[in-house]
Design a protein. Structure first.
Lengths: 337, 595
């Protein structure tokens, strides 16, 4: 297992390098211009100077190598410096990956946005799982019952209705009409006592629920299918024949075995949390990583988009590996050697 | 109580100085001091009785485009300029009528008061006494001179460089006097330091941020020290800015709000909703929302929609050169030859006459638009009335024009002459209002026998200057293109110069040029040259009108809509004076809670 992990990790390095090159090339070839969104009152000569000051005058390979250096050498060095409070070499003049729109280090922007994305999108994932597993279990155990039919219907709706619609409906009902919940997320809010915690809960309810509904719909279908597969297995009949209580059969034998594929799906979905939820974040103005990415794309802020998408790529590669390892741990029959 | 005491003391002292030192000061100076004293006294009374700094709590502003940076020299985006205008201020700015008002100076320099030299080559600003930066240090002429040096640094990529065109030097004559010299005569010398896009920044803060170092000063760019009513307390790029009242602001009783939250993100419709329907925010900017939806939201009674008109005009640019792909490299260039039919004035006039501008306004703009027949619709002194005939749609007259010019309808209803079909490729940026306009125009043009193919291109590509993209508005590989343009401030000299022959985009100048129609007329160029040396306002207005009329009557473009800005404020917010000539937040120091 250990050898396998090491081998996979080593293999990830060339994969990630290729990915980073592809992302950079695609972004570079895309017809976009960082000065495109500026008011037309800024004349073309000035725009040309702005582009030059952003380093766009240099040829593609040089820009790519510069980014590689900034991302793989300068940023980690900077991180080490910050963690241990030391200075390594000429840290004053070491160039970090700079966003073109904000002229500030991209990594700082990402770190600043991490909390709200993890809170809202992460929480929605947890809530989604908590809703999905019981629904999946009951739906499978009572297949074709009223509960199953309703559950299937709700998860179909949840999966097929886009979040920009459910989000708007919730805002119109709970913010505009009833006035119970804020429609705009306050990212500067700090939880210090019970009432500020309550406010945090209130502003999180709508975005979390919109996303949780979507996640739960997907997962509950997986859970149901996996339970159904297992319920008809021989070992279930054996367990029942042994005289085990139905509860023990269902929750100990069937559920554990059914969770194996579901856990993999959950693990593979985790990188998406870090990707943020572009649409939901926009609607509720959570302004997390998803919104950062979309603003970067709209403003042709290439270093920002490049760095963010590359970080997503790293996470996806890592969580794929993690899913494989977890799979091996959960199911002792699977061996990678 | 304490506050009242200080005020009383100041006035007594001033009064004493006035009485005792009568000989050593000029009469005028004494007068001013006396006025100042009474003004301060009045301020004190008003201050203690009515308003006090920070007494009105928090002001919530929502801009659906979030602020990325608070340094207008590094970002020319409107959202960034307006977010920074709460903190840093120019020497003078424009009020809601387009008049210049002094901010950090006592009066606007003119030729009459001696502030502008007779040869129009220099302007001398005198800063007001006692203006302080928010860190408590004094604002001096050195700061102003530094600001110019900061922007003029060739490596800095300063986005406001065009405001410093022809500036030869900016020098601090003494602590409060700064002289801007130009290399040519400038009849309108108010480019540098006038308007929120060219504010004064603090030398001490930005000294080490010149040139290539400019983008690295993140802390300064995110929290500039300013003279304005607010100071930045927290900046989250592309998300939210929080400000607090500036304790060193020059007017003791202002601002009424103790803090400001400037939230960004989302879209215009939900920004409007947060002010007009849910009441979570006090002010929402740039609400480009279908007029129908906006008026429905406003009927909830929580807020008011306000609009103001500047110089923005949505117009159709008419390509005078041939965009035929068969021309290869010569496509849409002067060398490629004239356009097969858009150089025929009767065609352009017919296209213009066939459009019902009022319907376009009703469908897409509402309060934010007025039909116009001029590319230069404002300020009022520059607005021509010679072309107003186009305001009324007249399909019959348009058809007659084309008939008379010999364009005959073919079997498919499309007119042609000498084998040339009136078939138009009409492009614009992707935007729901623009696409609705395109659809309507296409329908009207069909009624006069003109075939139209519609195309829309993502804004960042269309307005982006990517040399490799064939879809930019400069390359103009189409017959007609539609977009909005305007100019900063109130002087149209540079704007009107956009349509001189030298401004035509072509491969030779990397397609950098503002003359999209490729219009070229020696008479027009002569007017441009004349305006550059004419100082008298009335004569300048006359020249600008002539140029506008020439462009209209020779069919270089078809203006559609004079566009205004639309914003909304809560009914509990008082003091908003919607301004299209400057930052919308230009007078935020005067905003307060309504009773």
């Amino acid at each position: 297992m250990f050898n396998y992990t090491i081998r996979r990790l080593l293999f990830a390095i060339p994969t990630l390098l290729v990915i980073s090159f592809l992302i950079f090339a695609i972004l570079d070839l895309a017809p976009s211009d960082p000065t495109g969104n500026l008011p037309l009152t800024i004349p073309p000569e000035v725009r040309e100077k702005i582009r030059l000051s952003l380093g766009l005058g240099e040829p593609f390979p040089i820009r790519y190598l510069k980014w590689l250096q900034q991302f793989f050498i300068n940023e980690p060095l900077n991180m080490i410096e910050q963690w241990f409070g030391i200075t390594i070499g000429d840290s004053e003049n070491r160039l970090r990956v700079q966003s073109w729109a904000t002229r500030s280090p991209v990594v700082d922007l990402i770190v600043e946005r991490m909390p709200q994305t993890l809170w809202v999108v992460g929480m929605s994932y947890v809530v989604g799982i908590l809703i999905a597993i019981p629904i999946g279990v009951i739906s499978a155990y009572r297949q074709y019952s009223v509960f199953d039919q309703v559950g299937t219907f709700v998860s179909m709706v949840g999966f097929s209705v886009p979040t920009f619609f459910t989000g708007l409906v919730l805002i119109v009902v709970f913010s505009s009409t009833l006035g119970w919940l804020p429609s705009i997320y306050d990212t500067t809010h700090k939880v210090t006592d019970l009432s500020s915690f309550w406010f945090q809960v209130k502003q999180m309810i709508m975005p979390v629920m919109v996303l949780a509904l979507f996640n739960a719909s997907q997962l509950s279908r997986f859970m149901r299918a996996s339970m159904l597969d297992n319920l008809s297995q021989d070992y279930v009949r054996t367990a029942r024949a042994k005289g085990l209580k139905e509860r023990a059969v269902l929750l100990i034998h069937v559920l554990r075995n059914s969770l194996i594929p579901v856990v993999t799906v959950i693990a593979l979905g985790i990188p998406q949390i870090f990707g943020g939820a572009i649409i939901t974040e926009q609607i509720f103005r959570v302004n997390g990583l998803g919104q950062l990415l979309i603003i970067g794309i709209q403003g042709a802020d290439i270093p920002l988009v490049q760095t963010l998408t590359f970080i997503f790529a790293v996470l996806i590669v890592l969580f794929n590996l993690l899913a494989d390892i977890v799979y091996g741990i959960l199911d002792p029959r699977i061996r990678y050697e | 109580m304490v506050k009242g005491g200080i005020c009383d003391g100041t006035c007594v002292l001033n009064a004493g100085g006035f009485a005792g030192a009568g000989n050593s000061f000029s009469q005028e100076h004494n007068m001013k001091k006396a006025l100042l004293c009474s003004a301060v006294a009045a301020g004190c009374f008003a201050g203690s009785a009515l308003a006090e700094r920070g007494s009105d709590g928090q002001l919530n502003i929502i801009y659906w485009q979030a602020a990325s940076i608070l340094n207008p020299y590094l970002s020319g985006g409107t959202k960034d300029i307006e977010a920074s205008s709460l903190v840093i201020e120019p020497l003078a700015r424009y009020d809601e009528t387009g008049m210049m008002v002094p901010v950090l100076v006592d009066e606007i320099p003119t030729v009459d008061n001696g502030g502008v030299s007779e040869d129009l080559k220099s302007i001398t600003w005198t800063l007001s006494e006692g203006v302080k930066w928010s860190d408590g240090s004094a604002l001096t002429a050195a700061d102003v001179a530094f600001t110019a040096a900061y922007c003029l640094d060739p490596e800095g990529g300063c986005q406001q460089a065009s405001n410093f065109t022809d500036v030869e030097s900016v020098e601090a004559v003494d602590d409060l006097t700064v002289k801007v010299s130009f290399s040519v005569a400038k009849p309108f010398p108010y480019g540098p330091f006038v308007g929120s896009q060219v504010p004064v920044i603090q030398k001490a803060q930005f000294e080490n941020c010149m040139g290539a170092k400019a983008p690295e000063c993140t802390e300064a760019n995110f929290g500039p020290i300013g003279t304005g009513p607010f100071v930045v307390s927290e900046f989250k790029a592309n998300d939210v800015v929080t400000y607090e009242a500036n304790s060193n602001y020059r007017d003791e009783a202002k601002p009424a709000f103790g803090s400001v939250v400037f939230k960004g993100g989302g879209d215009a419709a939900s920004a409007a909703r947060s002010v007009l329907e849910t009441g979570e925010f006090d002010y929402a900017w740039n609400l480009q929302v279908e007029p129908e939806i906006l008026s429905k939201m406003a009927s909830a009674g929580k807020g008011t929609v306000v609009s103001a008109f500047g110089t923005s005009v949505e117009r159709l640019m008419v390509n005078k050169t041939n965009p035929d792909p068969a021309l290869g490299d010569k496509r849409a260039t002067v060398e490629g030859g004239a356009h097969p039919f858009l150089t025929d004035l009767s065609v352009v006039n017919a296209l213009s006459k066939a459009i019902d501008r009022q319907i376009l306004v009703d469908v897409g703009y509402g309060d934010a638009g007025q039909p116009t027949c001029n590319v230069l619709p404002a300020p009022a002194i520059y607005a021509s009335t010679a072309n107003d005939e186009c305001l009324a749609q007249d399909i019959a007259a348009a058809n007659k024009l084309l008939d008379d010019a010999g364009w005959v309808r073919g079997g498919d209803g499309v007119r042609e002459k000498d084998g040339v079909r009136l078939s138009i490729l009409y492009q614009t940026s992707t935007n729901s209002v623009r696409q609705a306009t395109q659809a309507l125009v296409k329908q009207w043009w069909a009624e006069i026998g003109v075939e139209t193919e519609l195309r829309n291109i993502d804004a960042s590509v269309f307005f982006g200057g990517d040399q490799s993209s064939p879809d930019t508005f400069q390359k103009f590989f189409a017959d007609i293109e539609m977009y909005t343009n305007n100019f900063d401030g109130t002087d149209p000299e540079n704007y009107m110069a956009n349509w001189s022959c030298g401004e035509i985009p072509s491969p030779a100048n990397q397609w950098l040029g503002d003359n999209m129609p490729r219009y070229c007329n020696a008479d027009y160029d002569a007017l441009v040259a004349k305006m550059a040396v004419t100082a008298k306002l009335e004569e300048r207005a006359e020249l600008a009108k002539q140029m506008n009329d020439m462009l209209m009557q020779e069919g270089a473009m078809i203006p559609l809509i004079h566009r205004g800005g639309v914003s909304a404020h809560a009914n509990t917010l008082a003091g908003v004076r919607m301004n299209e000539w400057d930052s919308e937040l230009w007078n935020a120091a005067d905003w307060k809670r309504a009773e």
